[in-house]
Design a protein around this ligand. Structure first.
Ligand SMILES: NC(=O)C1=CN([C@@H]2O[C@H](COP(=O)(O)OP(=O)(O)OC[C@H]3O[C@@H](n4cnc5c(N)ncnc54)[C@H](O)[C@@H]3O)[C@@H](O)[C@H]2O)C=CC1
Ligand SMILES: O=C(O)C(=O)Cc1ccc(O)cc1
Length: 370
């Protein structure tokens, strides 16, 4: 059994903090969770959903006796709260581990050092989430099989190893990285794509002022590529401002690439254009979809189903009849009015492949498989 925490203080009971709490509880890695949040509504909902067991009116009530403190608020808030945590840290367990989930790492990590919390602090970032926010969207499933980056410094190996073990036990795929390198990489794979998704939406929004056809015709592809533009604007302003130094050179590179594309297209260079699409396709198709390391993989299938009561039970029964064992089953956000999406997870590739065969045989459409 991995390490166990007896008292976790969750600061910021929203989507990510809530999902981490549920995942750690499900894995039996924490016994009791005390929530602290500026929003009484979030605290009420967090309690109702089992994300926390009790609420702390003041930060020190949460920190008292905690052996794990998770900072899961927006990063400017986390940066301010670290000073407060430091004030009360003497109340916590002597070997308390403090970690965060912020989308950028260097600033928070430096702040922890400035606050003299380095001995306890370990930077973290689950590479999972959604365009939703708030504890009502929290789900233990979110972190299962997701990459979880930890950014330990040289003397933090033991702390990192211990927390990594807990996260792996909860189903995450842990990667260790330098904080600065992390910020450089997420600028390219998360922050710039977010800016571009919102730019695509703003272009179509302006065109839609001229004709309703733009919104009427906006179909799957446009929705897929712009899904993340529905995320919380406050959160994304914080993230992009904080990581501005890594984002700006990538935007310059993006402008160069778009200009090259413009030249290729305007001069009708078909071979070049074909090569451009093909290079992108080959790289995207090779992106890792499955964990191959020591950590247990989860094999997932997303299936389109009628949005009606009892559908989860019917699918579970259908697969049960074929002796296919499901690890997890959950509803994803509906994209169409009368259709929903079910996410099914299996422990083995055999169950995964058999489930696809059975579901397709019954006429269900498979939307995604990893
Ligand atoms: N949304 C996503 O997909 C991901 C977000 N993150 C990071 O996780 C952190 C939290 O993001 P989400 O869970 O999405 O946001 P959220 O909005 O769902 O949750 C944030 C929570 O922090 C609380 N909060 C705000 N100010 C506070 C304060 N002064 N004191 C106490 N609580 C306060 C809010 O009331 C809210 O309950 C952010 O740092 C974000 O960058 C990391 C990975 C994915
Ligand atoms: O919605 C999605 O697909 C995301 O990419 C969510 C996300 C948002 C912020 C992060 O720091 C990490 C992941």
């Amino acid at each position: 059994m991995a390490s166990h925490f007896s008292r976790m203080c969750l600061i910021g009971c929203g989507l990510i903090g809530g999902s981490l709490s549920l995942a750690l509880q499900k894995a039996g890695a924490v016994s009791r969770v005390i929530g602290y949040d500026k929003s009484p509504e979030a605290l009420r909902e967090a309690r109702a959903r089992g994300v926390i067991h009790e609420t702390a009116e003041h930060l020190e009530d949460g920190v008292r006796f905690a052996d794990l403190i998770v900072l899961a608020a927006p990063s400017p808030v986390v940066i301010d709260l670290l000073v407060e945590v430091k004030k009360h840290i003497y109340l916590a367990a002597p070997d308390v581990l403090i970690t965060d989930v912020c989308s950028t790492k260097k600033l928070v990590q430096d702040r922890a050092k400035q606050c003299d919390l380095h001995e306890h602090f370990l930077g973290g970032h689950p590479m999972a989430g959604s365009e939703k926010s708030g504890v009502q969207a929290a789900d233990a499933l979110l972190l299962e099989n997701a990459v979880y980056v930890l950014t330990p410094e040289k003397d933090q190996d033991e702390k990192a190893r211990r927390f990594a073990e807990v996260l792996a036990h909860a189903g995450s795929r842990v990667r260790f990285m330098d904080a600065k390198e992390h910020d450089r990489v997420v600028a390219a794979i998360s922050h710039v794509p977010h800016l571009i998704a919102s730019t695509l939406v703003s272009q179509v929004r302006d065109l839609a002022n001229q004709s309703a056809a733009y919104t009427e015709l906006a179909a799957g592809g446009f929705r897929d590529i712009t899904r993340i533009a529905s995320a919380d604007p406050a959160l994304w302003s914080d993230i992009t401002l904080e990581n501005q130094a890594e984002i700006l050179p990538l935007l310059d590179d993006w402008i160069r690439r778009i200009n090259t594309l413009k030249t290729i297209l305007s001069s009708r260079e078909q071979t070049h254009l074909h090569q451009f699409f093909d290079d992108a396709r080959v790289f995207r198709d090779a992106l890792p979809a499955r964990s191959t390391g020591a950590i247990r993989a989860v094999f997932a299938v997303t299936v389109s189903v009628p949005d009606e009561p009892g559908i989860i039970g019917r699918i579970a029964m259908l697969l049960g009849e074929h002796h296919i064992s499901i690890r997890n089953i959950g509803i994803l956000e509906s994209r169409e009015e009368d259709l929903g999406q079910l996410l099914l997870q299996f422990d083995t590739i055999q169950f995964h492949d058999e489930a696809i065969y059975v579901l397709q045989g019954e006429g269900y459409q498979i939307i995604d498989r990893v």
